[in-house]
Design a protein around this ligand. Structure first.
Ligand SMILES: [Zn+2]
Length: 346
């Protein structure tokens, strides 16, 4: 049956423009001007992107199921204590969905590729805010609850998402209109300074993660004495932290394909492992958050900062609007380009 469908051919690294190149991946590239249909068909064909797509597309449905369960079973809208969890679960659905769409449609053109990944970065940034909102509500150690840091923690997290998305988008082409427009790219396109791009992008995502984790790291690694919230959930937090660091390590090092370029083009390259570890990390983070939420609820309701619309759903909406604005500004010079101009951005 499958043989009746003509699948598009795949290419080697020398047959596609530089903007599509991936470090140490030699073969399995899709046609750089694929149609949307060919992009969707490529889900069922082994290319170097296939597992990147599936490793985020399937978890999207698992996280969506979790979100629907909480909304339906726990009547979440009537209980403001659950709102941060809803924001977090929504962010957990959006980031793998945006990523799988970005990996699916990134070979439509060079400009589509950039715009796709701008959305991917925005979604990851939103996930960092989702984490911050739940950490503020359920994770903060007893000692730090109601502190000045706790009161401004979400405000700073919103600002961080702006910095994170801005920096991550900047890492691709530089500043919109100043360093690239629809005719030219004046400074460092990603393919000319890949190391600089990579460092900027790693910093862009490591920084909000580390900021969000300050109360958690204090609680599980540094805190001594009373008020440390040393409970059973800490084991789940350790699992999540270990996976998060391994995820960052894979992203930064490009292992294992760096050791044997061409050997992991289709299965087992670092980006696939990065996706899988990221999802497993999110799974443990979710379990930890739910457990802390359940076991600490009476104490938190009595002693912690009240959960309001503005420090949960409102912060998420603000973050969404700000991030979409940033993505729009970075995409504008590319959107105004024609197909012929697009070739110049390669
Ligand atoms: Zn990815």
């Amino acid at each position: 049956m499958l043989s009746l469908i003509k699948l598009p051919r795949v290419f080697t690294i020398n047959q596609v423009p530089k903007v599509f190149h991936e470090d140490c991946i030699i073969s399995g590239y899709r046609y750089p001007h694929s149609s949307a249909t060919d992009c969707v068909l490529s889900l069922f064909q082994l290319t170097n992107e296939t597992l990147n797509i599936w490793t985020h597309f399937l978890p999207t449905w698992y996280f969506l199921w979790k979100l629907v369960t909480v909304v339906v079973m726990q009547m979440a809208w009537q209980d403001s204590f659950t709102w941060p969890l809803l924001v977090y679960l929504l962010s957990c659905c959006i980031y793998p969905l945006a990523s799988s769409c970005a990996h699916t449609f990134s070979t439509m053109s060079a400009r589509a590729r950039h715009i796709c990944f701008f959305f991917d970065y925005g979604a990851l940034s939103f996930y960092s805010l989702g984490s911050a909102v739940t950490y503020s509500a359920y994770i903060f150690p007893d000692q730090w609850v109601n502190s000045v840091f706790h009161r401004f923690y979400i405000h700073i997290a919103v600002i961080n998402t702006v910095i994170c998305t801005g920096l991550a988008c900047y890492s691709r082409l530089g500043l919109p209109f100043l360093q690239y427009n629809h005719h030219t790219i004046k400074r460092f396109p990603e393919c000319q300074s890949p190391k600089f791009s990579k460092v900027v992008r790693v910093v862009a995502f490591a920084y909000p993660y580390l900021y969000d984790s300050i109360p958690l790291f204090y609680r599980v690694f540094l805190c001594v004495g009373d008020g440390c919230t040393d409970n059973d959930t800490n084991t789940l937090h350790y699992n999540h932290i270990a996976l998060a660091f391994f995820t960052g390590f894979l992203f930064a090092t490009h292992l294992p394909e760096r050791l044997a370029p061409g050997s992991f083009d289709y299965i087992g390259h670092s980006h696939q492992l990065f996706h899988v570890c990221g999802i497993l990390g999110t799974h443990f983070q979710m379990k930890a958050i739910e457990q802390d939420m359940l076991t600490r609820r009476p104490w938190l309701l009595k002693n912690s900062v009240a959960i309001t619309f503005s420090n949960s759903v409102g912060a998420a909406l603000l973050c969404l609007v700000l991030n979409l604005m940033i993505i729009f500004v970075y995409s504008l010079p590319l959107l105004s380009s024609s197909a012929s101009r697009d070739k110049k951005t390669q």
